[in-house]
Design a protein around this ligand. Structure first.
Ligand code: ADP
Length: 266
């Protein structure tokens, strides 16, 4: 059973739920043995909320995201998006992974435009949308570059633009900055927050990094493993922009580290 905690003052009014997950479980069967990767996962994500899913390696974070994206089915439970059941991949839920999955033979602009193909848009509208998103991720000057010619941070900005251009209801992010160096990672976190402020998507962001979760999240779902469960649902009421050097920031991190240590010992 998860608990709903707050770190400071009163809980804010909850936004209207867009994504609802109820009693989700996942059992993997390998060589006659069964493994409960996820057990009784329930939560709601409100419109425009940025929720981090935080937990140790192997607690089922990626499995949860794969189920939400519709790539794998749950063993039990329901997911609804705006009251409609989710059972397969769809453009209303887009995923950004750790490793960029750009098409290496397409330019930055072509990668961003790719998802718009087959949607019946005129070529002028496609060009306009591509330019809008190139500008949103500050890559106009690199529009004709191939993925191998740009940096890791730039690749992740392309990966973001090419899913945001599809206007998903929920953006699912699986440790998208984990492969980047520390400085680029911090830049990308700030960049994501700027984009989120402009576009107000609902975001579910998986991480095992406490600092990243406190930097980004409105709420943090703290998971434990064996079986993978949500142990705490924490509302982070730190003003934005969040300064990593402040006592309040450290207080939040310490609180979360203590929770994660308890999970390990338990
Ligand atoms: P996390 O993302 O938190 O590191 P994962 O979701 O990748 O965790 O994995 C959770 C658990 O489920 C792990 O113990 C992993 O070995 C197991 N698992 C994931 N996918 C499969 C699969 N296809 N078959 C069997 N076990 C799996």
């Amino acid at each position: 059973m998860s608990t709903r905690l707050k770190l400071v003052s009163a809980l804010p009014t909850l936004p209207e739920a867009v994504l609802e997950v109820q009693g989700l479980s996942k059992i993997f069967r390998v060589n006659q043995t069964t493994f409960h990767a996820l057990e009784d996962i329930s939560f709601q994500a409100g419109t425009g909320e940025l929720i981090c899913v935080l937990g140790p390696s192997g607690c089922g974070k990626s499995t949860l995201l794969k189920i939400l994206s519709g790539f794998i089915p749950p063993s039990a439970g329901q997911i609804t998006l705006n009251d409609l059941p989710v059972s397969r991949p769809g453009p209303d839920r887009c995923v950004v992974f750790q490793e960029d999955a750009l098409f290496p033979w397409l330019t930055v602009a072509e990668n961003i435009a790719f998802g718009l193909k087959g949607r019946g848009l005129s070529s002028q509208l496609m060009r306009q949308e591509t330019e809008r998103f190139l500008s949103l991720v500050n890559l106009e000057a690199f529009c004709d570059y191939l993925p191998r010619e740009i940096s890791g941070g730039m690749k992740q900005r392309v990966a973001l633009a090419r899913v945001l251009i599809l206007n998903p209801k929920v953006l699912l992010m699986d440790e998208p900055f984990a492969a980047l160096d520390a400085q680029t990672r911090e830049e990308m976190q700030n960049f994501l927050l700027t984009l989120w402020k402009k576009l107000s998507h609902t975001i579910l962001f998986v991480t095992h990094d406490v600092t990243e979760a406190v930097t980004l999240a409105d709420r943090i779902l703290v998971m434990e493993k064996n079986p993978g469960r949500i142990r705490h649902d924490i509302t982070v009421i730190l003003k934005r922009p969040r300064m990593r050097e402040t006592d309040a920031f450290h207080h939040h991190c310490k609180h979360l580290y203590a929770m994660l240590r308890t999970e390990k010992a338990g």
